[in-house]
Design a protein around this ligand. Structure first.
Ligand code: ADP
Ligand code: ASP
Ligand code: MG
Length: 430
């Protein structure tokens, strides 16, 4: 059976017009067999994160924040359906489970509670989408992804257990005997004990790739609020242009360096089974945007990737001894234990410098475990700029007006770590 996987992100389902547009795209795709993976509406995941944070701080705003989320979803149900009561009853059941959690005192494992609460964003949006499509007369079935995607219990960053996930997914194809669309959730999974897990922020693209891999999809299509993959983030740069084709290799490099348009774990499962992936504009459904496939390397233009909130850790030995192999292995095992991703690094005889995402609590724990042998100096609030296929002109442009703390050039990739300098303006009266 030829299956396609479509994924609609938060921006695509942020309001009733967005859901209607999904309805239109799917109406035009009737007769095909499509798994539809949907994210939480708009910024719902951020709002749910706030609920968790307030709950753990003992704030009296916790319930108010949850009620706001509930109202937004009920309003959406009213805006889309002529008779919204049955859907609102389904949505209410989802909220009741969270009410139960909030009635107790917070569980000692923050990440566990986070996953139980934050995961409802996708359950809610997929219920709403399914009800709307059903009202449109499309043949669709709602599927709880937690019955399919099995993970370990690393809450907030769960690892997929591929064999069992693949086994559980096989019967799903039978649903297509009677339906054109299976509506399911991105971002979430469940443990062997049926506790809900999440796959890491922005993980819905990855869910689509898990389905594509396990069901040998013919193609995967992720619908975004951009024309496709561009030469830079359009919210940060003018004059960006569309990359009509990318190889898996180029795409994995871009996402590794932090290009936010695709979740970094997405490409590998697709590459392993040679499944083509399209990044398509939600606002222009006829366009195929960017095709990512096995294609031979083309001549790429310079592509810029920016990672905000970076920290440089300068680690040196206290007694002036060399940063030798045994030191390196100690430092790397601690970086891995504290889940600090190394974005760039360099060593000299007695020092080692590494650029990591600035996740303060993890860095503090890392520093504590590093031990007395080492001294650590840290620069905060930096930006890491990576330019694939750079030229000197573009590098010069990006450096200007910034303090350069670190620079590295390979044959096809240049990276600079910069501190943004406040722009000084001349006073008019002098
Ligand atoms: P969704 O969550 O809706 O699936 P995302 O917001 O995660 O989508 O990704 C789309 C966003 O990625 C765009 O709005 C854009 O700001 C950003 N982006 C960053 N780098 C790029 C790039 N190279 N090309 C296109 N979009 C990019
Ligand atoms: N809703 C989740 C998030 O915002 C997952 C996703 O959208 O991909 O992180
Ligand atoms: Mg997103």
């Amino acid at each position: 059976m030829q299956i396609k996987v479509f994924k609609f992100g938060g921006a695509s389902v942020k309001d009733s017009d967005g859901i209607k547009n999904v309805g239109k795209i799917l109406s035009d795709s009737q007769g095909q067999k499509i798994i539809v993976v949907v994210s939480a509406m708009g910024k719902t995941t951020n709002a749910l994160e706030q609920v968790v944070a307030h709950f753990y701080n003992g704030s009296d705003q916790t319930q108010v924040l949850l009620d706001n989320i509930k109202k937004a979803h009920f309003d959406m149900a009213d805006a889309l359906l002529s008779h919204s009561e049955p859907l609102k009853a389904e949505l209410n059941d989802i909220f009741v489970e969270i009410d139960w959690i909030l009635e107790e005192s917070p569980h000692e494992d923050y990440d566990y509670t986070y996953d139980q609460i934050v995961s409802i964003g996708e359950l809610l949006s997929s219920r709403i989408l399914n009800a709307y499509l059903t009202e449109l007369g499309l043949k669709c079935t709602w599927q709880d992804v937690r019955d399919l995607v099995r993970t370990d219990n690393t809450y907030r960053d769960a690892r997929v257990q591929w064999d069992i996930t693949q086994q559980r997914m096989q019967p799903v194809t039978r649903i297509f005997d009677t339906a054109d669309f299976i509506i399911t959730q991105g971002f979430i999974g469940s443990t062997s004990e049926n506790f809900t897990t999440t796959l890491g922020r922005e993980g819905s693209d990855y869910t689509a790739a898990i389905f594509s891999y396990c069901l040998d999809a013919e193609s995967m299509h992720i619908w975004k609020d951009v024309p496709g993959v561009l030469t830079g983030d359009p919210t940060l740069f003018e004059n960006v242009s569309l990359l009509p084709r990318l190889s898996y290799k180029e795409a994995i490099e871009m996402t590794y360096y932090g290009a936010k348009v695709i979740h970094p774990k997405t490409i590998k499962p697709l590459q392993n089974k040679h499944i083509p992936m399209y990044v398509r504009p939600f606002g222009d459904p006829k366009s195929y945007g960017t095709l990512i496939s096995d294609e031979v390397e083309l001549n790429y233009p310079p592509v810029i990737v920016i990672e905000h909130r970076q920290a440089l850790l300068h680690i040196s030995t206290n007694d002036f001894s060399f940063v030798a192999e045994h030191h390196m292995s100690h430092i790397f095992s601690l970086l891995a234990r504290h889940r600090l991703k190394v974005n760039m690094m360099r060593n000299t005889a007695i020092s080692f410098t590494v650029c990591v995402n600035q996740i303060d609590d993890r860095i503090v724990r890392f520093e504590k475990d590093l031990g007395n042998e080492f001294r650590l100096v840290r620069d905060n609030d930096l930006e890491l700029i990576t330019i694939r296929h750079y030229n000197e002109g573009i590098l010069k442009d990006l450096k200007s007006g910034n303090l350069i703390l670190f620079e590295e050039k390979l044959s096809d990739t240049a990276q600079i770590v910069v501190k943004k300098l406040p722009r000084m303006r001349r006073k008019d009266n002098v």
